[in-house]
Design a protein around this ligand. Structure first.
Ligand SMILES: [Zn+2]
Length: 455
């Protein structure tokens, strides 16, 4: 690609990118903010007091750097986890008077069982095909288990996201599919690679017009245990889940602008989502994405860089429970997409970034070649076209805004994703800095090029 046409950036601008990259690699700003978000504030479930504390924290930190901060309202779900337990109470080969514990966690926004729980026979299937091959009444009154394995080989090859997408449909749609056939509850095998009997929570959706039944994720080990027993004979499970859906809560996206020196009305979005699931502390999903975005303004401030266009940091609210923050942004700014010249979201953890995903015109790849060269010094020179780049910026991508994401090493991300093990220790400070460097260099490139990125 090099040598085909001229670089969009001058040698001075490329030198500024190198300065941003090197400063990001030396800084502990992002990691220190991540420590506060995770260890001090803790889990940030949408609608929770911690999520709101995090909104105030990010806003104050951005103001302290001289950014222009606004909080933009979004109504978000406020679902609260309750008790969650299950025991196999009947199975082939059972020792009399014993039960076996099953490790699971409710999916959001699952409805509850009665407080004393329910007891029902278990039907296990691997996928839709097996479900639809069952006799008409096979699921009626039963607990339906989807035991669809996470493709660990695919993840180990570096395609974590593809492995995740391959299984997430059962988590999202399994409850209503089961309810339509008369199931009283649905269990799904956790969508993730954890090997230590850890359940992975996540979002599910109830289809309109179908009964809402309780839904939980069991660990991979427990899914296999149940399937093994079901293959041998009748298995009954006692299941207790007592989550509650409280009224929707008022929350905010945090918007922090570093105003452009020539075209302040033209905007480059740099973002991550501030809410998290509640089992861990949301370090890799997605505290990391928020702090590497914050770092972009930190570096602009520290190095005194004022690009032509505005760099807008967004800490999105409620990505995990339906992207209500992103929807509110599109409702408020959807008519101004011509002035949104680029959007970045980091939401695939904080491991080593090998480069940049881009969605939009095919020319974006060759246009970004000089930027990729700057990132080559930290092993981030790959440019890969992708259909989409992040859930919160999907609306912008659909409106034709060129969009981007760091390509994080995804081999390990889904071992911890949405589990109690999503904690600060999973983040390597050096890798976090590499992600901050990718964000800052790319944001500067988009905000200071003479012409906006091709679209
Ligand atoms: Zn996320």
């Amino acid at each position: 690609m090099m040598g085909e046409g001229k670089s969009a950036w001058t040698p001075e601008q490329l030198a500024t990118m190198a300065r941003l990259r090197d400063a990001a690699m030396k800084d502990s700003y992002a990691f220190d903010r991540l420590r506060h978000l995770t260890d001090n504030i803790g889990p940030r479930l949408s609608g929770s007091p911690q999520a709101q504390q995090a909104v105030d924290y990010v806003a104050a930190e951005m103001r302290a750097l001289g950014a222009k901060v606004t909080l933009e309202k979004a109504m978000v779900p406020h679902w609260v986890r309750g008790a969650e337990s299950a025991e196999v109470v009947k199975w082939p080969g059972q020792t009399p008077e014993t039960t076996q514990k099953i490790v699971l966690t409710a999916l959001g926004p699952s409805v509850a069982t009665p407080p004393e729980g329910i007891t029902a026979e278990v039907v296990a299937v691997k996928d839709w095909k097996q479900l639809h091959a069952l006799p008409a009444d096979a699921v009626k009154g039963k607990i339906l288990l989807f035991n669809h394995p996470f493709d660990k080989e695919l993840a180990a090859e570096g395609n974590g996201l593809q492995a995740y997408v391959g299984g997430v449909i059962y988590r999202a749609a399994g409850a209503s599919a089961g309810a339509a056939l008369g199931a009283v509850a649905v269990l799904v095998r956790s969508v993730g690679g954890a090997d230590f009997r850890l359940p992975h929570t996540g979002e599910m959706e109830y289809s309109p017009g179908v009964a809402r039944i309780p839904a939980a994720a069991v660990t991979a080990e427990d899914a296999d245990l149940l399937s093994d027993l079901v293959a041998q004979g009748p298995v009954a499970l006692h299941l207790t889940l007592t989550p509650r859906a409280l009224p929707d809560a008022e929350s905010d996206n945090v918007i922090a602008d570093w105003p452009g020196s020539e075209h302040p009305e033209q905007i480059v979005v740099v973002s991550g989502h501030l809410d998290s699931w509640d089992l861990g502390t949301g370090a890799i999903d997605d505290g990391a994405g928020v702090v590497v975005s914050m770092e972009t303004i930190r570096l602009m401030s520290q190095l005194g860089i004022h690009p032509r266009r505005t760099i807008r940091i967004i800490a999105w609210m409620s990505e995990e429970e339906g992207s209500q923050g992103a929807a509110a942004y599109m409702a408020d700014h959807g008519s101004d997409m011509a002035n949104h010249v680029g959007a970045i979201e980091s939401d695939l953890g904080a491991d080593h970034p090998t480069g940049i995903y881009y969605a939009g015109k095919a020319d974006l790849g060759s246009w970004l070649q000089p930027v990729a060269q700057v990132l080559g010094a930290i092993g981030g020179e790959t440019l890969t076209a992708a259909p989409e780049t992040g859930a919160d910026i999907e609306g912008l991508t659909e409106k034709g805004v060129p969009s981007f994401a760091p390509i994080q090493d995804s081999r390990f991300y889904f071992n911890y994703h949405h589990t109690a093990a999503d904690t600060l220790d999973k983040v390597n400070p050096g890798h976090l800095n590499e992600n901050a460097a990718v964000n800052a260099v790319l944001a500067y490139a988009l905000a200071d090029s003479p012409e906006p990125a091709p679209r």
